[in-house]
Design a protein around this ligand. Sequence first.
Ligand SMILES: [Cu+2]
Length: 269
Amino acid sequence: MYGKFFEEDNFDSYDCSRCKFGYKGDNCTERQHYVRREILSLSPEERTRYIDNLHKAKFSRSERYVILIVDRDKPLNKNETLKFENASVYDLFVWVHYYAGKAPAGGGQRNAAHQGPAFPFWHRNYLLFMEREVREITGDENFFIPYWDWTKTDYCNICNNDFFGARFDLKMESRTFSAAMHNLVHDYFNGTMSDVPIAANDPLFMLHHAMIDKIYEAWLLKHPDMKYPIDDAIPPIQQHDAFMRPFIPPVLNDYLVGVTAEALGYRYE
Ligand SMILES: [Cu+2]
């Protein structure tokens, strides 16, 4: 699972027991087609099902992963060993982002997923990963992460009891997408979502990232020949031939370069 998306066969997972993104069926030959819709367009029943699925993810133990609970930045004391803990699927999702958001050992501020060219690919892989895990534990094959289109509003129009509960009533400063917009939306929320490493705790985080992915998709369709930059100035952790951490099975940072949502089995409404 190291190469480019289109160069691989259709199997995935550490034991090749699952299909790679965009494929389904016993032999992973069927194409997947699903639509990520805007959260506000979901019916009350669809919304309830989405929240119920997240609840199940919160309370269902991941069968495949355990989480490291020792701070890997500190050297282990004598007789101390690495410790792992079982985790729910949702906790796993939070942990993966937390781990990727930590600055790498050995210095440098940039981490595996942010402030560099890996950003759109890492987060795309991440949302697909979460959707697949939730589908498996809930049995809801149609589960998808909706997006929240914050360009259509200047306040948090889903911060109410119909959706995710009330928040601080702040005005968003800008509706223009920029490199900083991702962080601006994080900051807007205070609470967990404003702390990027643990932002995934907040269910709004997924909707926000689905929106970022939707914007990336629009850009990608206009730039189908995009290339991953090759430049010594890019920190080692985000180089094209470094592993996209901490996904298992390992893929390289440029694995999803130029791969459209359609190729990955989904589209945006
Ligand atoms: Cu992130």
